[in-house]
Design a binder for this molecule. Structure first.
Ligand code: SF4
Ligand SMILES: [Zn+2]
Ligand SMILES: [Zn+2]
Length: 316
């Protein structure tokens, strides 16, 4: 017997263990869009003349984020939406997804900017990986992973922020879903990195950094994947050859296990974090921003993380 949608009695396509609801396609779409709208309204209210930059890699998460921004705000003449794609220079991986980002932005009629590591840093990610022999050097002395993904993430964030600022963006949308958020919160706890938790949260807007907006942070990864599939959006078909993140993979497994036995765990983690961060931010003074002595970008040290990474030898 087919299970029926709790809201309209047509056949359900998904069951949400955390809400106890079976939903049909129409009501599943409504649920995803309602969650994104609510997150925007509560955490990142859009104002007249906002310029919304969307970090658009061409994977499922950023594709859904871009489509939702287009659906929610695309009809407003006072709002400008710009997709930004960073080409890290990863052969056999990023070149395919760049093509898909071009197709999607053309189809939706969205402005699209593509910037590469090569243009910005003079080197592609492939070149950096072989130069720094990253695969042999997983952890720094303070137990932080220093594999390719750490480099890639820092270098990508820097370009995204710079491009967003150059076009006058007031918001920078990132496709982090509920699973990403819960994993990052756990990882920062495991590392004892309280300052990092606060620094890039919505509770703390800093000079020179465009506010990072996460409309998908209350939507589980599985639902994002289904929404992307049903909307025929770009998905990651190949894996990045440098994919690393061993610690994150462990945390992902741990949280998924908890979620099966205790549905709603990921939501609880994010909810608890949201309550805690404003209180910690008050106690910690993290507003002391400087400008990097090498590149001039905003940072919290004399030299920004990206410049340190590019200067520093990964293998000492
Ligand atoms: S998997 Fe890691 S190295 Fe590959 S694109 Fe993503 S962050 Fe960069
Ligand atoms: Zn229904
Ligand atoms: Zn710098």
């Amino acid at each position: 017997m087919t299970t029926k949608c709790r809201k309209c009695s047509t056949p359900a396509i998904i069951y949400q263990p955390y809400s106890g609801l079976h939903l049909c396609k129409k009501h599943f779409f409504e649920d995803v869009e309602r969650k994104a709208k609510l997150t925007m309204r509560q955490r990142y209210p859009v104002k007249k003349n906002d310029v919304i930059a969307v970090a658009f890699s061409g994977g499922k998460d950023s594709s859904v984020a871009l489509l939702l921004m287009h659906k929610i705000f695309g009809g407003r003449p006072d709002i400008r939406i710009v997709a930004i794609t960073i080409d890290e220079g990863i052969d056999g991986y990023r070149n395919f997804s760049i093509e898909r980002t071009r197709e999607m932005t053309a189809r939706l009629g969205i402005e699209h900017i593509i910037k590469s590591f090569k243009d910005e840093y003079g080197k592609s990610m492939d070149e950096l990986v072989s130069e720094k022999k990253m695969a042999e050097n997983r952890y720094s002395d303070d137990k932080k992973e220093v594999g390719p993904c750490s480099y890639c993430g820092v270098l990508r964030k820097k370009i995204l922020n710079k491009v967003a600022r150059d076009i006058g963006a007031t918001k920078l949308v990132i496709g982090h879903n509920l699973d990403d958020e819960a994993q990052t919160i756990m990882l920062n706890h495991f590392r004892g990195d309280v300052e990092r938790m606060v620094r890039f949260s919505a509770a703390n807007e800093l000079d020179g950094f465009i506010v990072r907006v996460k409309p998908l942070r209350k939507i589980p990864e599985k639902e994002i994947a289904l929404y992307a599939y049903l909307n025929d959006l770009p998905m990651e078909l190949t894996a990045c050859p440098h994919s690393f993140g061993a610690l994150r993979k462990e945390v992902r497994r741990l949280l998924n296990g908890f979620e099966v036995n205790h549905p709603g765990t990921k939501y609880s983690l994010v909810r608890g974090f949201d309550t805690m961060v404003p209180l910690i931010a008050e106690a910690l003074d993290v507003s002391d921003m400087k400008n990097c002595q090498i590149c001039g970008e905003p940072c919290n040290d004399d030299v920004c993380q990206a410049c340190k990474m590019l200067e520093k030898k990964a293998v000492e």
